[in-house]
Design a protein. Sequence first.
Length: 160
Amino acid sequence: MNNSFGVVIADLYKKEHSSALLRLLDEYARGNTGSGKPLSGRIKSKLVAGLKHQPTARIYMAKHDSAIVGLAVCFTGYSTFSAAPLINIHDLIVTKKSRNKGVASALLEYIACEAMAKKFCKITLEVRLDNNTALELYHKQGFGFSGSPMYFMTKPLGRV
């Protein structure tokens, strides 16, 4: 595989894109930086339709030849401190056989170019502190920790 990847904005009404989304998210979920188990059938049955109805969702797919080998699920938001829109990378996934070949970098660079063109003030993301591979990639791509330590917190609402 050479390091030439095309990035496209996903169209979840296309079977190729919706299937790739589920396949890559399931692969990630099964891995050691995911939950270690597959996505449930219930989640798989609801995910594509749910994302189609999220007006702030932006999904980018990296292709090599005709295969979709990477995925970034993003959501736009708004920074009150900058009074400008932002984009958050919620999931960044590269299929195992395509890792360490520049796929994630291609996705990040594409997102950064689009964010700058749309005059977004920043790109945000969450990363597990034990995911050293991702941390190294993000640092190389210019991401850094904010000035103050922050925690990503959740409050489950029992709906999932």
